[in-house]
Design a protein around this ligand. Structure first.
Ligand code: SF4
Ligand code: FES
Length: 177
């Protein structure tokens, strides 16, 4: 194996790495909102009830895997082809609000996060205000039943669980006393 054909795992975003023949796929679980495009698109490879849940050996075509990974709207899935080109950003950049869910973006994205600047080609950004991984959506909108058409469009304090955090802080304080 030549240097340029080494698995380019260092180019991938944080997440669990799955190695295949000529392709590496990464999965950043907190950014998955379980819309299941991957499972519908390539059920032999994306098998959520099994471990490992991504089984690249079940698909001979790395090209087919890249097609399905690119349908992941949240950026939870990425790929790198050994010696192949990286995923090209969509042109023009598009932003699509998902009903009762995040804003999804495709394009040449530069996203400011608490951990620094992130270059992305696909992302789902939280608009309910309750994600624990802002600016990314982490699926909390579904758990709290957030509705995008509700007045103000932001999760209430109860939906965000602010009250629970306050209760937790009070409990912590009580234990310290
Ligand atoms: S968000 Fe991406 S990884 Fe998660 S189920 Fe959907 S397509 Fe698959
Ligand atoms: S929109 Fe998904 S967690 Fe806020």
């Amino acid at each position: 194996m030549t240097q340029q054909n080494k698995p380019p795992t260092e180019d991938l975003l944080p997440g669990k790495i799955y190695m295949g023949d000529g392709i590496t796929v990464s999965y950043d679980a907190p950014r998955c909102t379980h819309v299941a495009n991957c499972v519908r698109g390539l059920p032999a490879v994306f098998r959520p009830k099994e471990r490992p849940w991504i089984q690249l050996s079940n698909e001979a075509s790395a090209e087919r895997v890249t097609e399905i990974v690119r349908t992941c709207p949240t950026g939870a899935l990425h790929y790198a082809l050994y010696g192949g080109p990286p995923e090209a950003p969509a042109v023009p950049t598009t932003l699509t609000p998902i009903k009762d869910g995040p804003l999804t973006l495709k394009g040449d994205l530069v996203i400011q996060t608490p951990q620094g600047e992130v270059r992305e080609v696909r992302a789902a950004l939280c608009r309910c205000g309750a994600s624990s991984r802002k600016p990314f959506c982490d699926g909390t909108h579904a758990r709290i039943g957030w509705k995008s058409e509700q007045p103000g469009g932001q999760a209430s304090a109860n939906q965000r669980g602010d009250g629970h955090r306050e209760a937790g802080q009070q409990a912590d304080a009580a234990q310290r006393e």
